[in-house]
Design a protein around this ligand. Structure first.
Ligand SMILES: Nc1nc2c(ncn2[C@@H]2O[C@H](COP(=O)(O)OP(=O)(O)OP(=O)(O)O)[C@@H](O)[C@H]2O)c(=O)[nH]1
Ligand SMILES: [Mg+2]
Length: 383
């Protein structure tokens, strides 16, 4: 150990019931003893596996009632109330005791290095803290005990290069959908003006995020909402209605809005092309070939035979009244392939791993494959 004691907020951002602050290092116990007063008469046992209830204090002033968990001899977790002001106050107090405040990633990296984990195992620890869904955490956990870690270690044995390449290819194929479950997906709503994009965003978000009016061109700036669609976490982005006349002759703000809408489409994992079911509308456009797209025929409540239009890539809904929205969510899952994800299967879950697997697939010698495998297991972690 370096002699340095570090601390970091390990729980997610925002207000929650409980927040976790990790404290690790040679002087961790001494520091905890200085700022923490156990409840009751008895003195606390700072031993691995024990939890102690008490108060964090700045001299006599109580900052919060907390539970201190002794994770290891030099590793403590302060479980305080999930309020950022309290977290900051406790971090300041720790800092005044000589503790170095670091990011959650750096904290996990340091504590993991001490346990002699390989790079995939360390990356898994970091990725679990960022996963957006429980299913995502399961996928990552399975990559350390079995999954990716075991397969890559196995590649170090005398395996024919073609077999390694075939396995690497399969891992990459499965990783895309698994990635949506781990990190979430970016879904962009686009289409002609007045087709109901903002209404659909509000419906999927379960609250009003974007302004809805009957005037074409209501949305200019894009509006985004974090949504939970069943087991999928999404960032859904509502964009300005695509209208070439607005692009060619209107004011600068309209031009910019049109430009931004097209830009956002390029970065989408999935495009939902929203059109008014009763109107003739352009096809989901242009040069976005290869992007998964679902065409939504909205305002189907205004049509007598709306259901007949549905196909694999098309669905009739009413964003205003909610009809067909559950089916749309199922289609989104299907398009992103998340229903077929098996949490036990080997996948990669960082850009570093993805890049190295691609290198293995295009490698032209066994030596080069072996050195990339070694890089996968022992390379530098990016925090
Ligand atoms: N009947 C019916 N009306 C709808 C439906 N969805 C939206 N509308 C109406 O259509 C109008 C336009 O809706 P918006 O959600 O603002 O449409 P938009 O695509 O965001 O429009 P722009 O921002 O101008 O591109 C509003 O009057 C909505 O109430 C629907 O499913 N059924
Ligand atoms: Mg709108």
């Amino acid at each position: 150990m370096s002699g340095e004691t570090i601390a970091a907020v390990l729980s997610g951002k925002g207000t929650g019931a409980i927040a976790a602050i990790g404290v690790w290092g040679d002087t961790a116990e001494k520091t905890i003893r200085k700022i923490f007063r156990p409840k009751g008469e008895k003195s606390a046992r700072y031993e691995k596996g024990f939890s102690v209830l008490g108060t964090i204090r700045n001299k006599e002033e109580i900052i919060d009632e907390v539970i201190i968990a002794c994770e290891d001899t030099e590793y403590f977790c302060i479980n305080c109330h999930g309020n950022q002001l309290i977290e900051t106050d406790i971090l300041r107090l720790l800092q005044r005791q000589g503790t170095n405040i670091v990011s959650a990633g750096q904290f996990l990296l340091k504590t993991s290095l001490d346990k002699q984990l390989n790079t995939i195992e360390i990356e898994a620890k970091l990725a679990i803290a960022q996963a957006k869904t429980l299913e995502g955490t399961k996928i990552i956990r399975n990559q350390t005990n079995t999954g990716l870690n075991r397969i890559v270690q196995n590649w170090q044995k005398n395996i024919p290069p073609e077999d390694i390449k075939a396995e690497a290819k399969k891992i990459l194929e499965l990783s895309k959908s698994a990635g949506y479950l781990i990190y979430g997906a970016k879904v962009v709503l686009a289409g002609p003006t007045n087709s109901g994009k903002s209404t659909l965003l509000n419906c999927l978000a379960g609250k009003q995020k974007a302004i809805v009016t009957d005037v074409a061109g209501t949305t200019r700036d894009w509006v985004s909402a974090e949504c939970k669609l069943g087991k999928l976490h999404c960032e859904i982005i509502d964009t300005a209605g695509i209208d070439e006349t607005l692009f060619s002759k209107s004011c600068n703000a309209d031009k910019e809005a049109q430009k931004k809408a097209k830009e956002l489409l390029k970065s989408a994992d999935l495009i939902i092309w929203v059109i008014d079911a009763a109107k003739k509308a352009p096809d989901p456009f242009f040069s976005l070939k290869g992007k998964p797209t679902i065409t939504v025929l909205n305002k189907s409540d205004l049509l007598a035979d709306a259901g007949t239009a549905a196909s694999v890539d098309t669905i009739a809904i009413s964003a205003k009244f909610g009809n067909g929205v559950e089916k749309l969510i199922k289609k989104i899952h299907l398009k992103l392939g998340i229903d077929s994800v098996n949490t036990k299967e080997a996948v990669c879950f960082t850009d570093r791993q993805r890049g190295l697997l691609e290198q293995i697939i295009s490698a032209d010698s066994k030596e080069s494959i072996l050195s990339t495998i070694s890089e996968l297991l022992n390379g530098k972690v990016c925090v």
